[in-house]
Design a protein around this ligand. Structure first.
Ligand code: APR
Length: 232
């Protein structure tokens, strides 16, 4: 399962590329690149502090909850591009964050030093145990995606794959679709058309996540029951 900003939209968290999206109010190069951080770390810290204040008020929605509940039937592996913790707060137990986590900070001297952020604010002068400035534990544009090899490995073992709430325009995340085994059906849940970078047929559920994810899980259950019947 690959999720994007769209799955958190109904929790009140803005997406990036919808009309009211984050990238319409902020220049990516100012708030989500290493160059922006070098130029004005205070602006970057404030951008993510604002995201953390919004997240503090947000709750998981029906889509997050349905995916958490699906762990009773499926071995659900969530690979998310989102930096929020709504999957975890809904109860999902296997969540891999490709682009980092909003509630974590990391040392600028030693990237292996990662800390939970108490509250919503991370400010200039907040330092790691080595005395260096802390930065958001988030993958910025132009930086490596260290979780990508593990994510690809997980997708290669999938019996079924789904994309929920992603425009699939950012790489390498979007390329995960190419790791799906040929026998595994691919579902996409999104109220808008999404161009999926695969030659394969895709089962499109053109709904908001809160409606589309429960529908998708129903279809997955039917698919596997059907398969079992055939297999008998
Ligand atoms: N339910 C499901 N999908 C929705 C909903 C909803 N309620 N509302 C919007 N969407 C869909 C949009 O139609 C769009 O396809 O969610 C998708 C959001 O796309 P983006 O804003 O591009 O978000 P995402 O794909 O997660 O962006 C990937 O880009 O900016 C970087 O690092 C950032 O992780 C992010 C990455």
């Amino acid at each position: 399962m690959l999720t994007g900003a769209g799955i958190s939209a109904e929790s009140g968290i803005r997406t990036f590329r919808d009309s009211d999206g984050l990238w319409h109010d902020h220049r990516i190069e100012d708030v989500a690149t290493p160059e922006g951080w070098q130029r004005n770390p205070g602006l970057v810290l404030e951008f993510y502090n604002q995201r953390r204040r919004e997240l503090h008020k947000a709750q998981p929605n029906a889509a997050h909850i349905a995916l958490a509940r699906a762990e009773e039937t499926f071995d659900v592996r969530i690979i998310t591009q989102n930096i929020d913790d709504l999957h975890e707060r809904a109860g999902s137990t296997k969540v891999l964050h490709l682009h980092g986590e909003l509630k974590k900070a990391r040392s600028t001297a030693d990237p292996s030093l990662i800390y939970d952020i108490e509250g919503t604010e991370l400010n200039l002068g907040d330092r790691c145990e080595l005395g260096s400035q802390l930065r958001p534990h988030i993958v910025w544009f132009g930086e490596d995606v260290p979780a990508m090899p593990l994510a690809a490995q997980i997708v290669q073992t999938a019996d079924v794959f789904a994309v929920v709430g992603s425009s699939l325009v950012v790489y390498p995340a979007a390329a995960l679709v190419q790791y799906v085994p040929p026998t595994a059906p691919i579902f996409v849940v999104d109220p808008k058309d999404v161009s999926v970078p695969t030659w394969r047929e895709v089962i499109f559920i053109k709904e908001k996540a809160s409606v589309g994810v429960p529908k998708m899980l129903e279809a997955m259950r039917d698919f596997f029951t059907e398969d079992k019947r055939k297999g008998e």
